[in-house]
Ligand binder design. Sequence first.
Ligand code: SF4
Length: 421
Amino acid sequence: MIASRMALLQHVCSVPLPRFVRRRPLSSIAATAVAAPSPRVSVTTPSNSRSPNIDPHALLGMTEQDLQQLAVEFGQQSYRGKQLHHLLYKRKVKDIEDFSQLPQAFRNGLREAGWKVGRSPIYRTVTAADGTVKLLIKLEDNRLIETVGIPVEDENGSMRLTACVSSQVGCPLRCSFCATGKGGFSRNLKRHEIVEQVLAIEEIFKHRVTNVVFMGMGEPMLNLKSVLEAHRCLNKDVQIGQRMITISTVGVPNTIKKLASHKLQSTLAVSLHAPNQKLRETIVPSAKSYPLDALMKDCRDYFQETSRRVSFEYALLAGVNDKVEHATELAELLHEWGRGYHVNLIPFNPIEGSEFRRPYKKAMLAFAGALESRKITVSIRQTRGLDASAACGQLRNEFQKDPLITESDSSESQPDLAVAC
Ligand code: SF4
């Protein structure tokens, strides 16, 4: 497909292309990334063949070195690549036409060869009373993804701004309480589509993002290659410290080991949601192919390999997994597999059509107390932006009922709108 695109470009392009066509593939970018695993879970993942993970024409996500090489291949001096890097990641320019520091011929060449920055329009913004902002970003193929910006002022008055980013359009894992899972799965995000979410949050808040959590739509471990590439870019190019980045997973066989081999200094957050296999399978269907013992062993190995402790996420569902007995069992499980684990309790955010309810505060405090009395550190996550469709996937579902790509989809088609905007 790329070859035919190149053939077409040679007819219309006013700059010589041969070196560009021959240029080293962006392998250096992917050199440290691992291949996206095929999920060994009992879900159907549609073929992603029409959505390759690396878009060779998106500048966003490229390293300074690759941008320098690109400049040279367009007949420019390599320092033009440094300027490109500055424009993308410091000035955060969204359109090649606005790269006014670069020669017009270089800009024309890039555009005519099909290059773009890789920033998508913001389709919808919803702001909650507490300042949380949820964005719907409209991708090139008209799919909508959610990104959330969460501002928190610390005791010194400075703002911590967390971007909660999506890694997939939808999610194939269908956890029973999750709005994203209910909405189905379309495709993996490309690396620039992950990075651009952080830049969109910065644009909306006019403030630097200080923290990134991969806790939006999708299971990051099913798109590990792009997630690692985006992580590299966010750390090295956007300059967000590795320790300020959290990668979350519900557990996909063989992927925690792969992540550990990269020895990132980021936090791994594992969504447990239950203290035993039987209950977990009812909440997280994909757990059937990844027994709890195997998951806990991988978490212990992750700590040994990276020296970074895993934190555990636990969504509290009233009457399902929120009893003191569950907390006691959870504490035993964690003590069996290590020391010093931290548990984040997440009160369930009610979603339309869900059979689950949010627990009463008293139940949450009793659960937390039972963990603390067994020397497990615990925090109850403050629910942010309830009035902004805060549950992951909830807002997207309001606007796009069917995220599945069909043969008739084209980049010209309009999203299936449930609500006029
Ligand atoms: S909770 Fe996470 S892994 Fe589960 S369906 Fe939702 S997005 Fe997917």
